[in-house]
Design a protein around this ligand. Structure first.
Ligand code: SF4
Ligand code: SF4
Ligand code: SF4
Length: 261
């Protein structure tokens, strides 16, 4: 078991929402006796970005050539790499639009010049090995506590392999897909948020990522998307918002619409 764990929290292209979520946790104070925070600019301006750490948490998508080099350096310096949030695990909303970079750049920045070399936003895993992923936009506080807690005591966190619908049913929420005909992505999205959006009557938009057709809630609700007359393109477009780089996406949506088309 590691005694005092050296931790780094690094930000790539992101809104900083994931690290803000974790930096604001009171519980973080309880970890301090067991952890040395080597790099976390949000908490300490004197952070050391290129030092060795036991656990590296990386937030954000890889969206510049400089960030490609940075993630490789982080990997070299870290024993365990955890990708944090939809940007780091799936490319995030910034990789939703797949038009060529030049066209996107022109749309947003016109003729603006920058001092870095931009590229299309991609998940961290495209460039380095990622050991564990925290899903969500942002992930839940309990995800962070659970992950860091298990790693601190020398064990390994488990993956969540069931869909949002399961959490939703446990909470006893009315189903917005069945009752309101909303295109809720709960049946095909990884759980762990306690069905946050449907609990407020809002359809899930898939921020925790496509879960894969082998464990999706097809029988109960996945096929309802088709029965409610949503088209394959509608569901695919909605899922791409957070899942543009998710390799499980097409197979899942195909599975929903494979019959009856
Ligand atoms: S995953 Fe969401 S909250 Fe986290 S950095 Fe990206 S956009 Fe922000
Ligand atoms: S489809 Fe949406 S609202 Fe219905 S049970 Fe699943 S997560 Fe809940
Ligand atoms: S319900 Fe869906 S969109 Fe909302 S937090 Fe959970 S996974 Fe994300």
């Amino acid at each position: 078991m590691i005694k005092v764990v050296r931790i780094g929290f690094y930000a790539l292209t992101s809104c900083y929402g994931c690290q803000l979520q974790f930096a604001m946790m009171d519980e973080i104070l309880k970890f301090l006796p067991k952890a040395e925070i080597v790099c976390w600019y949000m908490l300490n301006r004197d952070s050391k970005e290129h030092e060795k750490v036991d656990i590296a948490f990386i937030e954000g998508s890889v969206s510049t050539e400089e960030e490609v080099e940075l993630v490789k350096k982080i990997r070299e310096n870290a024993k365990i790499v955890v990708a944090v949030g939809a940007c780091a695990t799936q490319g995030g909303v910034q990789s939703w639009d797949d038009r060529p970079l030049e066209e996107l750049w022109k749309t947003v920045y016109g003729d603006g010049k920058v001092k870095f070399e931009p590229k299309m936003a991609e998940p961290v895993e495209k460039f380095i090995k990622v050991d564990y992923k925290l899903y969500g936009c942002p992930p839940e506080k309990k995800d962070f506590i659970y992950t860091i807690g298990t790693l601190l005591i020398g064990t390994w966190p488990e993956d969540i392999d069931y869909p949002v619908c399961l959490d939703c049913r446990l909470r006893g929420n009315p189903c917005v897909l069945i009752e309101k005909n909303e295109p809720c992505l709960g049946p095909v999205t990884r759980a762990g948020c306690d069905a946050r959006c449907p609990s407020y009557g809002i359809a899930c938009i898939g921020c925790r990522g496509a879960i894969g057709y082998d464990v999706a809630y097809f029988d109960a609700l996945g096929l309802t998307l088709r029965k409610k007359n949503f088209t394959k393109d509608e569901i695919l477009d909605r899922m791409r918002i957070f899942n543009a780089h998710n390799p499980k996406l097409e197979e899942m949506v195909n599975k929903i619409f494979e019959e009856g088309e």
